[in-house]
Design a protein around this ligand. Structure first.
Ligand code: F6P
Length: 323
């Protein structure tokens, strides 16, 4: 293995730059030439390549986003798109590819690796929906960003004795919302994996109002059927059910922006370094991640199966603590 390409793909996540830096620097230490691919799989198909040396990735470990850019490529989902990518890799004498991304990106990596081309993934998404990974790059920072917002909303909510519905990202998964709800002291958490409706929310908010609370907090996952807009609309017409006046805030991409915290810088550095070392050692068709507390590798095909729902004990804890 002489020349390795690296790309970042899908929704960006705080820590992607730290992962990129580790790939380039560990690659250089292993005697590899590292080629950066701009704009994810779209750039791979389009041949947007640039050589990256250790100095090119200086001063980025603390930066959010990804210096290579990212994209969601529809073309790469097709066999023709992947053939085109393989041609570009061949023309540029690339021997292996490191893909830094989440579920969709790692599924793409799996499809490419099925052709026999050596590919290794690095699990990185704020959604924490990669099957087999304890926690992916970006989750911890996104969670802290959501918590800062929740803490701020509580102060204004208290002044006006209001309830807030705060919607957090996570696509179809409720991990971010559940953790933000527990750590942010939510009165009720609504996630796609657990069936709930406005009645459950009404009972929790009415209880908080009756107990004399100055504020109440509902944390909802964007993928839940009763998301922030739906709940706000419902309670605009049923305020008598909750007592509080209700406001909704959608955190959106704020959670994806900003520099990574210590946890994500370390996780990114460790898992990306492991990916390169394994590629050099001849391994492929795998992705690196934190698994049961240690940096490990799992088969890429694992990402095709959806991640199981969050631990029921955590769901129970969220309810237990809301008093
Ligand atoms: O996968 C990361 C994520 O931020 C999801 O939480 C969210 O649903 C989605 O990406 C938003 O995608 P986009 O940035 O393309 O609108």
């Amino acid at each position: 293995m002489k020349r390795v390409a690296v790309l970042t793909s899908g929704g960006d996540a705080p820590g992607m730059n730290a992962a990129l830096r580790a790939v380039v620097r560990v690659g250089a230490t292993q005697g590899l030439e590292v080629i950066g691919v701009r704009q994810g799989y779209t750039g791979l198909i389009g041949g947007q390549l640039q050589p990256l040396g250790p100095r090119d990735v200086a001063g980025i470990i603390h930066l959010g986003g990804t210096m290579l850019g990212s994209a969601r490529s529809q073309e790469f989902r097709t066999p023709e798109g992947r053939d085109c990518a393989l041609r570009v890799l061949g023309q540029n004498r690339v021997d292996g590819l490191v893909v830094i991304g989440g579920n969709g990106s790692l599924s793409g990596a799996h499809a490419l690796s099925q052709t026999g081309f050596p590919v290794i993934g690095v699990a990185s998404t704020i959604d924490n929906d990669v099957n087999g990974a304890d926690i992916t790059i970006g989750v911890d920072t996104a969670l802290n960003t959501a918590l800062e917002a929740i803490d701020r909303l509580k102060t204004t909510a208290s002044s006006h004795q209001r309830a807030f519905v705060v919607e957090v990202m996570g696509r179809a998964h409720g991990y971010l919302a559940l953790m933000a709800g527990i750590a942010g002291g939510a009165d009720v958490v609504v996630i796609p994996e657990v069936e709930s409706d406005p009645d459950d929310v009404a009972v929790a908010l009415r209880g908080a109002y009756t107990r004399g609370k100055r504020h109440a907090m509902v944390v909802v996952a964007e993928g839940a059927k009763w998301n922030a807009a739906a709940l706000a609309d419902y309670f605009a017409h049923h305020r008598e059910r909750i007592g509080f006046e209700l406001r909704a805030t959608i955190l959106g991409h704020v959670q994806r922006g900003g520099g990574p915290g210590a946890f994500d810088r370390l996780l990114a550095s460790r898992t990306a370094a492991a990916a390169v070392e394994r590629l050099v050692a001849g391994e492929a068709g795998i992705f690196t991640a934190l698994v049961k507390g240690v940096v490990a590798a799992l088969p890429l095909e694992r990402v095709i199966t959806p991640k199981p729902p969050p631990d029921p004990d955590l769901v129970r804890l969220a309810t237990l603590l809301a008093r």
